[in-house]
Ligand binder design. Structure first.
Ligand SMILES: Nc1ncnc2c1ncn2[C@@H]1O[C@H](COP(=O)(O)OP(=O)(O)O)[C@@H](O)[C@H]1O
Ligand SMILES: [Mg+2]
Length: 330
């Protein structure tokens, strides 16, 4: 009998609330629940897609998981360490084992710093190699992301968007991370360049075996890249499961709406920015009951009352909806 596999990351009951503070109660703004009771896990080497409309809390969740942003409450176990209540020492261990890649490849780099120095900085801070080996490691990292070592002397503005994103990936890889959070890391690039960067990530995952949380609103890319997917709506995960199961038999009407917006004739086409009728409500004034009920084509009277439904039942493919799985697709 083999031992049960241990997740690299296990987050339980995460909340990130903005505002709602202040000394004078009458002046307080109500809290904005950007992440609302989210639990998720990532296995070593696994790629988890995090999808949902703009404003659903994906970036806030990604930053909270790496302790790069606010975390109001919850537990995060990363590689055996409780990093929600981490000491500075624990956090520096986390920094040595995780990294984030951002949407804007230029914004993530200091425009005055040469590319080689930007990568060397990471190596020095984390004492990855002795000083005399830094230049050699920078060259190897550039090669790993498909850039000639000569690019070490370039500055960000000399590079194209795709080259710049490769440098961002090289900086992330410099720490030799067990987990990378990639936040819309190809959204700002041309479609042909997007494909190259996705292929690079797939190659690197194969070579290095790091886990990836891949945040995207482009479902076609998520389907290609991710082992599992979690769908967020207004700060909550409303559906999670193996990618193919979620794409072929969605169990939440929100996921079904997102998927129905992808034209069948061209499966590689991305998702329109706003595939559903209307805007999501504000996370400051969440609807009662299931937060999706005002936009849900299948809503029943009971969906607008009480507590929001929990993810269920247990198993790899779960959704937070009271409808039987057979009744989700219109
Ligand atoms: N620093 C902040 N202060 C206040 N509200 C924020 C802050 N960051 C994000 N939000 C709000 O939290 C919600 C989730 O935002 P975000 O995580 O950026 O969503 P996504 O990445 O899915 O587009 C949004 O309503 C956004 O306006
Ligand atoms: Mg975002």
């Amino acid at each position: 009998m083999s031992a049960k596999p241990v997740p690299l990351l296990e987050a339980t009951g995460l909340n990130v609330h903005f505002g709602g503070k202040g000394l004078i109660p009458a002046l307080r703004t109500p809290p904005l629940r950007a992440v609302n009771d989210v639990s998720l896990s990532v296995m070593p080497g696994e790629t988890l897609g995090l999808v949902g409309e703009s404003g659903s809390g994906k970036s806030t969740l990604g930053r909270a998981i790496l302790r790069l942003g606010e975390l109001t409450s919850g537990e995060i176990n990363f590689d055996g360490v409780d990093i929600a209540r981490a000491t500075l020492g624990d956090l520096s261990q986390l920094r040595r084992q995780s990294a984030m890649i951002f949407q804007d490849p230029y914004g993530a780099l200091n425009p005055r710093m040469r590319v080689g120095d930007a990568i060397a900085e990471v190596l020095r801070v984390h004492r990855k190699v002795p000083p005399e080996w830094v230049a050699d490691r920078v060259a190897k990292l550039l090669n790993l992301v498909g850039l000639d070592a000569g690019y070490a002397r370039s500055r960000p503005l000399d590079l194209s968007g795709g080259q710049c994103q490769r440098v961002g990936i090289a900086r992330a890889l410099a720490v030799e991370p067990k987990l990378i959070v990639a936040d819309e890391c190809v959204a700002a690039l041309d479609v042909s360049i997007q494909g190259q960067i996705i292929n690079l990530l797939m190659d690197l995952r194969e070579q290095i075996g790091m886990a990836i949380i891949f945040i995207a609103h482009d479902l076609a890319i998520v389907r290609r890249l991710c082992d599992r997917v979690a769908v967020m709506y207004l700060g909550r995960i409303v559906e999670t499961g193996p990618t193919e199961q979620v794409f072929t038999t969605p169990r939440h009407p929100y996921t079904a709406s997102l998927l129905s917006a992808i034209p069948d004739i061209d499966p590689d086409r991305g998702l329109p920015e706003n595939p559903l009728a209307g805007e999501p409500p504000s996370p400051i004034a969440l609807p009662s009951g299931c937060a999706f009920h005002p936009r849900c084509p299948k809503a029943l009277p009971v969906c607008s009352t009480g507590e929001p439904p929990q993810l269920g039942p247990d198993g790899p493919h779960r959704a937070a909806c009271i409808l039987p799985p057979g009744e989700i697709r219109s």
